[in-house]
Write a protein that binds this ligand. Structure first.
Ligand code: PLP
Length: 233
């Protein structure tokens, strides 16, 4: 199958999953994760109408962005180190998905106040499985930090993201997705922010994520094929 055909198939499944949840497909943004694939693959997806692209490394994002037309929206879905924040903010990224600590959040806000006219759109990554080895805030931690984090002046916190541990069946990921949505609801109760974005769901489980309220799904291998090597998440 061509990339265009695979993309059409993913879009069809996305629409069906949204329908099952009584949602419109327009409420779900499909991010094509082109990491490890050459820019020509992303160009093929572009030709098939795809505009949102995700990369998990800043360097690779910049490299691919330079090859693709200007109307693409780029999503940094991997962790951002503090020493790369300045570069990331200069890159014209649509959304930084995986802000995983107070330090990184603070650094983004500080550097944005030097170089950026508008607050930077970010998501906070939540470690929904509570595994110590993983990136992200725990739910308890995030609730505790909430008052402090919403005060960072140059952050536009749009919502939450998660990368649950791989599971054998998509259905097993459902509790993690439901937990992320619940956390977003709880935080909205605390105010003062609306948190409209939930970035969750990958090739193996994006339909379940949509049923649980995902607004952004990050799909790589289903569109581009299996990766030769897996880059670090
Ligand atoms: C690689 C990656 C994806 C896409 O994974 P697939 O299983 O290929 O769909 C999604 N999210 C993040 C954070 C990733 O690093």
């Amino acid at each position: 199958m061509s990339i265009a055909e695979r993309l059409a198939e993913v879009r069809r499944r996305l629409t069906e999953a949204a329908g099952r949840a009584g949602r419109s497909a327009d409420e779900v943004r499909l991010i094509a994760v082109s990491k490890t694939f050459p820019a020509s693959f992303a160009e093929e997806a572009y030709a098939a109408g795809q505009r949102d692209f995700g990369e998990n490394r800043l360097q690779e994002l910049l490299e691919k962005k330079s090859h693709l037309p200007m109307d693409c929206r780029w999503h940094l879905i991997g962790p951002l180190q503090r020493n790369k924040v300045r570069k990331a903010l200069a890159a014209g990224i649509q959304l930084i998905h995986a802000v995983d600590s107070m330090e990184v959040a603070g650094t983004i806000s500080r550097i944005a106040s030097e170089i950026s006219a508008a607050p930077v759109q970010i998501l906070l990554e939540v470690n929904v499985d509570g595994e110590a080895s993983k990136h992200g805030f725990s739910a308890v931690e995030l609730k505790g930090l909430w008052e402090k984090i919403v005060q960072l002046p140059m952050l536009d916190i749009r919502g939450l993201m998660c990368i649950p541990s791989p599971v054998e069946e998509a259905e097993y990921a459902r509790p993690a997705f439901a937990a992320l949505r619940k956390l977003a609801e709880d935080l909205q109760q605390c105010g003062p922010l609306p948190l409209p974005v939930l970035s969750m769901g990958m090739s193996s489980d994006f339909e379940v994520a949509i049923e649980e309220g995902a607004t952004h799904v990050r799909v790589g291998s289903l569109i581009f094929g299996s990766r030769r090597y897996t880059s670090e998440i």
